[in-house]
Design a protein around this ligand. Structure first.
Ligand code: FE
Length: 176
């Protein structure tokens, strides 16, 4: 027994009972930034997302957004909060004077309408977003031009994976 082996800690004991029957299985994604580029679902000119958790039962999704072109990504309104964590590069909203930079965390409040842009000189941006409810796409006056929710995201994944050899069912592992 060595003093620095933590498995000898008397607290190093697993919970002894079954998990609740209704609790869905966990999702483990060893390569959140995927080794296989086919996992990235294209959603624009050099813009992709990759799903991590598609919560159909709770109406939210967690994904990585990847952008390799400068410009406007989208103008959108959030009916519910969003949490973001920047893994690479930087981005900002035209409506605010802050910049989301690598390693940073962003909370986006319900009711916010903003325009996501990536500036020239950023070769690649990757951000993890947890988006609740929907993204409502709008024009500069707030008129609705479209939306995304967890179901449109599932649909985009399914169609992309069906067409690129991963198979439509590849998305199922992310759905809860
Ligand atoms: Fe947003």
């Amino acid at each position: 027994m060595t003093a620095n082996d933590p498995s000898h800690d008397p607290e190093w004991v697993a919970y002894r009972h079954p998990q609740p029957a209704e609790s869905p299985p966990e999702i483990i994604v060893p390569d959140a930034i995927p080794a296989d580029d086919r996992v990235w679902v294209p959603v624009g000119n050099r813009v992709w997302f990759r799903p991590l958790c598609l919560s159909a039962s709770r109406g939210y999704w967690v994904n990585l957004l990847k952008v390799q072109s400068a410009g406007v990504l989208s103008r959108h309104r959030h009916p519910q909060p969003v949490h973001g964590y920047v893994l690479k590069g930087r981005w900002r909203y035209l409506e605010h004077d802050w910049v989301a930079t690598e390693g940073g965390y962003v909370y986006e409040a319900p009711g916010e309408t903003h325009t996501l842009v990536v500036d020239t000189g950023v070769p690649e941006m990757i951000t993890m977003f947890q988006v609740n409810g929907a993204m409502i796409y709008v024009d500069p006056d707030g008129a609705v031009t479209g939306f995304d929710d967890v179901f449109t995201r599932i649909d985009k994944c399914r169609r992309h994976y069906a067409s690129n050899g991963l198979g439509a069912a590849y998305v199922d592992r992310f759905i809860r």
